[in-house]
Design a protein around this ligand. Structure first.
Ligand SMILES: Cc1ncc(COP(=O)(O)O)c(C=O)c1O
Length: 412
C-alpha cells in the first residue's frame, strides 16, 4: 500500500463517528446491551439481570458499522450497502415467531407498514428481489397459454436464471424501447399479443421495471400502459427493486408509483441497505395466492423477525428519512466531474447510478476497473452506483474518482 493511500485511510478511520446504541429487551430476556462503535472497533457490554456480563472488543470483519464499512468505497452496486448499528439494535429487539404460521409480529408489522406506504391491501416478505418477481408473476399467471411482455434489458429476462420460463411456463416477449430509456404505450401496443387465434400465445402480464439502469419510467407512462392492459384483461407487475429511488427523486409518492400495478416487488437490500429481503405488494386475493407460491418455492420462513427488523430500519432510516436524495446528488456530482472533462455517458443520470462510457474514450472496462482499484475504489466497469453509504463517504470517494477521470480525460 502506498504511503499516501495509507495516510488517507488513517484520516478516513479518524473521521468515523462514535455511535452508541442502547438496546433494551425487557419482554423476553431482561438484559441490556450497550453497543458502541469507534474507529471500526465494536465494543459490546452486556449487563442487567442476565447472569453474565461480558465486554468484547472485537470486530475483525468490520460488521455493523454502516457507512464506514465495506460499502463505503464500493461503487459496483447498491447491494454493497452494509447493515448499520441501528439495524443491530432492531435485530436484538425483534420478535422470533413462526412466519409460515403468519405469527411473527415483526414480520407482520413490516408487511403492514410497506403495504400502507405502497397504498396496497397486502404485502408478503420474501428473501430476495428475484423471489419477489417470480412469486408475483407466478401468482398473476394462472391458466396457460400465457406470455409476459417486458423491456429487453429487464432483470426478469436477463438475470433471474430463466425463472419466468421454468417457474411459470410463460413465453417471454422482450421489447426494445424506441426512446432508449423506458417502454412507452406505443412500444407495448406494437408488441402485445391480443389475438384470440388458437395459434397465438396471448400476453397476460406486462412486467415493467422502475428504475431500470437507474432511469425512471414516468408515472404518466406507467398509467397509460396499465390502462391499456386493463382494457385487454392483462395484469401488470412492476419490478420495483429500486422504485424507492424513483419516489426519492420526486417521480411520485410510493403509493402513486405503485397504483398502476397489480403487484409490485420492492427490495430492502439494494439502496435501502438492509442485509436481506424484499416484499411483494398487491391486493389481498393475489397476495393470499402469493403466500402459497412462496411456500411452494421453499420461501416460507420460520423465524425471519431478525431480517424483517433490519429491513424496517432500512425503510424508516434510509427511505423515509431521506438518505436516498443525497445519493442522487452524489451521482450528479460524479456526472459533472466526468462530463465536465468531456466524458460521455451511456445513460442519463436520474437517480443513484452514473453510467460513464469508458470505451468511448478508448479504455477497456478492465483497465478502468484497475485504475479505480489503484485509488482504493471498487468498481466493475463504467456503472458507478452512488448508494447512500457512498454519499456519506463522498468527501473521500469524489476526489479519488476525479483523479481517475483526470488520468483518462485530463483536467476539467
Ligand atoms: C432491478 C432488479 N430487480 C431484481 C433484482 C433481484 O434482486 P436479488 O438479487 O435480491 O434477487 C435485482 C438485483 O440486483 C435488480 O437489480
Amino acid at each position: 500500500m502506498s504511503s499516501r493511500l495509507a495516510s488517507a485511510l488513517v484520516q478516513h478511520i479518524k473521521r468515523i463517528p462514535r455511535t452508541t446504541v442502547l438496546l433494551d429487551n425487557k419482554v423476553d430476556l431482561p438484559f441490556r446491551i450497550k453497543y458502541s462503535v469507534q474507529r471500526g472497533i465494536a465494543t459490546r457490554e452486556f449487563s442487567g439481570s442476565v447472569a453474565h456480563r461480558q465486554t468484547m472488543a472485537s470486530n475483525e470483519h468490520g460488521a455493523w458499522i454502516g457507512a464506514q464499512g465495506a460499502g463505503s468505497l464500493d461503487l459496483r452496486s447498491d447491494v454493497m450497502t452494509v447493515p448499520t448499528p441501528a439495524m443491530l439494535a432492531a435485530v436484538a429487539n425483534c420478535s422470533l415467531r413462526d412466519d409460515v404460521f403468519h405469527e411473527d409480529p415483526t414480520t407482520r408489522d413490516l408487511e403492514a407498514h410497506v403495504a400502507q406506504l405502497a397504498g396496497k391491501e397486502a404485502a408478503l416478505f420474501v428473501t430476495s428481489g428475484t423471489m419477489g418477481n417470480q412469486v408475483a408473476l407466478r401468482s398473476l399467471l394462472t391458466q396457460p397459454p400465457f406470455g409476459v411482455l417486458a423491456d429487453h434489458r429487464s432483470h426478469i429476462i436477463l438475470y433471474e436464471a430463466g425463472g419466468v420460463s421454468s417457474l411459470t411456463g410463460a413465453t417471454v416477449k422482450p421489447v426494445v424501447p424506441k426512446n432508449g430509456i423506458h417502454l412507452t404505450l406505443e412500444d407495448v401496443t406494437a408488441h402485445a399479443i391480443l389475438s384470440t387465434d388458437v395459434h397465438a400465445c396471448p400476453t397476460r402480464v406486462i412486467s415493467l421495471e422502475n428504475t431500470l439502469n437507474g432511469m425512471i419510467m414516468p408515472l404518466s407512462e406507467m398509467t397509460r400502459i396499465a390502462a391499456f392492459a386493463r382494457a385487454h384483461d392483462i395484469r401488470v407487475h412492476c419490478d420495483g427493486a429500486r422504485l424507492w429511488e424513483a419516489a426519492a427523486a420526486g417521480a411520485g409518492t410510493l403509493a402513486q408509483l405503485c397504483a398502476p400495478f397489480d403487484t409490485v416487488s420492492l427490495c430492502f437490500s439494494k439502496g435501502l441497505g438492509a442485509p436481506v429481503g424484499s416484499v411483494v405488494v398487491g391486493d389481498a386475493a393475489t397476495l393470499r395466492h402469493a403466500r402459497w407460491v412462496r411456500k411452494s418455492l421453499g420461501g416460507g420462513m420460520r423465524q425471519p423477525g431478525f431480517i424483517a427488523a433490519a429491513a424496517r430500519v432500512a425503510v424508516d432510516e434510509t427511505f423515509s428519512a431521506g438518505l436516498l436524495t443525497a445519493s442522487h446528488e452524489t451521482a450528479k456530482k460524479v456526472e459533472a466531474a466526468w462530463t465536465g472533462r468531456g466524458g460521455r455517458l451511456v445513460h442519463p443520470v436520474h437517480t443513484n447510478m452514473c453510467w460513464i462510457d469508458v470505451e468511448a474514450h478508448g479504455l477497456t472496462t478492465e483497465a478502468f476497473t484497475g485504475m479505480c482499484a489503484d485509488e482504493g475504489l471498487v468498481v466493475s466497469g463504467g456503472r458507478l452506483v452512488t448508494h447512500y453509504q457512498i454519499a456519506q463517504n463522498e468527501a473521500v470517494v469524489l476526489p479519488k474518482l476525479e483523479k481517475v477521470f483526470e488520468r483518462i480525460l485530463g483536467g476539467a
